[in-house]
Design a protein around this ligand. Sequence first.
Ligand code: NA7
Length: 293
Amino acid sequence: MKPTVGFIGLGLMGTPMCRNLLKAGFPVVVWNRTREKTEELARENAQFDVKVGTNPRETAAKADVLITIVSDPPALEEVLWGRDGAMEGLRRGSTYIDSSTVSPALARKIGAACTERGVGFLDAPVTGGTWGAEKGELVFMVGGEKEVLERAKPALQTMAKHIFLLGPTGAGQTVKLAMNLILALQVDALAEALALVTTAGVPGERLIEVLQSSMARAGVLDVKAPLMLKNEFPPSFPLRLMHKDIALALDLAKQHAITLPAAAAAYSTYDAVKKSSTDDPDFAAVARFWKKS
Ligand code: NA7
């Protein structure tokens, strides 16, 4: 018998992750703030063992392994400690995995609350976007104890390509923030370079061709450059979430008394685009900064 998974957060990432758990045969209890999404998922996957939870507390109480993946720190605090919050429901001996990207400090606060309840906790944010989530090829960056990870692995492996155990609670979030910072800066730099060449009269495609055969070659060229060239930004990793992650990285830097000048500059660019966008674009839409000015 596979353990029952409680799954909270059916956003762009959570929905395909949850589908993969179901496909792998795990019984799943799902809860999402917007209830229609849970009902839709349950309807579409009626051939599997899927139930809709009443609230986060009840969902956690039914779970041997609870997984959450919600937008940001306030959303996670709401799910855990708000009305009928999940923390109250978590059973002694169960495992809780949070895959949202939040601050390492919040991960440690959750870790301490879980220890008090006799629950094993992992901070396990992911990278790979919606594409990786659909294929079950996400990369998990984990903080926590090895034994807890071993217990969680059968469920995680249905969604993962790689699972890295990076240190104690909070280490997963720390590495995730650093990694997203690189992605944010790479995509910002690419948008900046494209603005420069196109304004100077050279087609952007030519720059990309050259970059692909240079030392600057990187995954973002394959995934994000085509969006920038077409000026179309369907959200895979939404700009609003990258904006949140740069802010979290800057906060972390402040706590450790270091400055991140490039991150601070990129934050203002993403912030300007976030404020002027009326849709919910992918973070590659940082390129709009130069279209507007
Ligand atoms: P999405 O697609 O924006 O989904 C966010 C999810 O978080 C979605 O299920 C939301 O529920 C849920 N949410 C947001 N605020 C709340 C509150 N206050 N209470 C409960 N639930 C909430 O994000 P992604 O799936 O792309 O990303 C999720 C995380 O992974 C994020 O940290 C990324 O940085 C990485 P809704 O459906 O809107 O009711």
